[in-house]
Design a protein around this ligand. Structure first.
Ligand code: SF4
Ligand code: SF4
Ligand code: SF4
Length: 270
């Protein structure tokens, strides 16, 4: 099955925020709420699932990267987040219990919480998955709204080919890198740019291994570590106990006898 994806070309973005408005309208997220715990009214929030970050003279889109092996889904104890066959990482608010493990696990810090709500949900871009699946949309609202096709929707492999072709055609224009091709095992949101995305909140220490895979490897070592430490503790206990038994069998020695006994013996002998 093809994996649907978004490719954003930072060099084509004019900063009009049509994508932001289209997302808000289509997903009925409500108006921006400038709460003091937000980074600012233009930052990602429970009502703003995509936004722009100014970097140099460019605007870089932020929204959930739709990781191929999403750490948020792996961290969720009830399966409220899950990767769909089509590539979107979807969210089910009905079973979400609000633990926010997904927010801690996300390597891109893309999820937001409805702190202002009495019944809070986790909010993030869902790749317009529900509306595309229902046939209401043929592509995400943000990509459809972009007037310059700076952000486009399609099959991930086809978009990777498109990204490579643009970089090859204008190597002086682009940094030779496709953000999201390999990081954390790959994402369904790809970006090409002439500015370094680490200046636009792209973490610079992601690596190429998927986060859940790394977690699984660490967890795999837990039993060995546990039994290793337990074995060491048992060894220490056995040695101390053995020494105690030997000492008890031999009676008090010079090293362990009370010095007062020695003084008393000397006095009796003299
Ligand atoms: S970017 Fe974060 S929230 Fe989005 S799929 Fe990846 S881990 Fe989940
Ligand atoms: S894909 Fe849909 S949910 Fe995600 S930012 Fe675009 S419009 Fe919003
Ligand atoms: S709609 Fe297109 S050009 Fe406008 S801000 Fe969004 S990505 Fe940039």
């Amino acid at each position: 099955m093809t994996t649907m994806a978004i490719l954003t070309d930072v060099t084509r973005c004019i900063g009009c925020e049509e994508c932001v408005s289209a997302c808000r309208r289509t997903n009925d997220t409500g108006s921006d709420a400038p709460y003091r715990w937000q980074g600012g009214v233009n930052d990602l929030s429970s009502t703003r699932w995509t936004t722009l970050v100014e970097t140099g003279n460019r605007n870089v889109r932020l929204h959930c990267r739709h990781c191929l092996d999403p750490a948020c889904a792996a961290a969720c104890p009830v399966g409220a987040l899950s990767r769909t066959e089509a590539g979107a990482v979807a969210y089910n608010p009905v079973i979400c219990m609000g633990c926010r493990y997904c927010m801690v696990a996300c390597p891109f810090a893309m999820t937001r919480y409805e702190w202002e709500s009495a019944t809070p949900r986790v909010r993030k871009c869902i790749l317009c998955y529900d509306k595309i699946k229902a046939g209401e949309l043929s592509q995400p609202a943000c990509t459809a709204a972009c007037p310059t096709e700076a952000t486009i929707f399609g099959d991930r492999e086809a978009l990777l080919a498109e990204a490579r072709s643009r970089i090859a055609a204008a190597p002086q224009r682009y940094i030779d890198h496709i953000w999201g091709e390999h990081e954390v095992g790959g994402t369904s949101v790809l970006t090409i740019s002439d500015v370094d995305l680490t200046d636009a909140r792209w973490p610079d220490d992601l690596g190429t291994g998927s986060r859940p895979e790394l977690a699984r490897k660490v967890l795999h070592t837990v039993p060995y570590t546990f039994f290793g430490v337990a074995g060491l503790m048992y060894g220490v206990h056995w040695t101390l106990e053995r020494r105690r038994q030997v000492a008890a069998a031999e009676g008090p020695t010079a090293a362990t006898a009370d010095p007062g006994d020695e003084v008393q013996r000397n006095e009796e002998e003299s």
